[in-house]
Design a protein. Structure first.
Length: 106
């Protein structure tokens, strides 16, 4: 049986993992979108700066909210979710690059 004090920590950690994953998807998808738009941008430095500030604001706000709501467990789970999203998107991007290289070789 689960102790009554353990359940809130588990829920905080689960919520942190989910929120961190969603924030990570938005953060790194936004980075990819920014990088894709750089060649056509009139002011690439401004685009990068605004994108960075927007993405960092979102990530910091989410992690602060998780730390207040879920304590250390929520914060660490949120960070883990963010890193899991990064890993997923990096693998996906590498697969796309590898597919493009295979097409170019043919």
């Amino acid at each position: 049986m689960i102790e009554p004090t353990v359940l809130p920590a588990m829920l905080g950690a689960l919520a942190g993992l989910v929120v961190g994953f969603v924030v990570g998807i938005v953060f790194f998808a936004g980075l990819r979108l920014t990088i894709d738009r750089l060649p056509a941008a009139r002011h690439p430095g401004a685009l990068m700066l605004v994108s960075l500030l927007a993405r960092m604001t979102l990530a910091v706000m989410a992690l602060v909210a998780l730390s207040r709501w879920g304590g250390w467990a929520g914060l660490l789970a949120g960070a883990a979710g963010l890193l899991a999203a990064r890993t997923l998107l990096v693998r996906r991007a590498r697969a796309e690059v590898d597919a493009e290289r295979q097409k170019a070789r043919r």
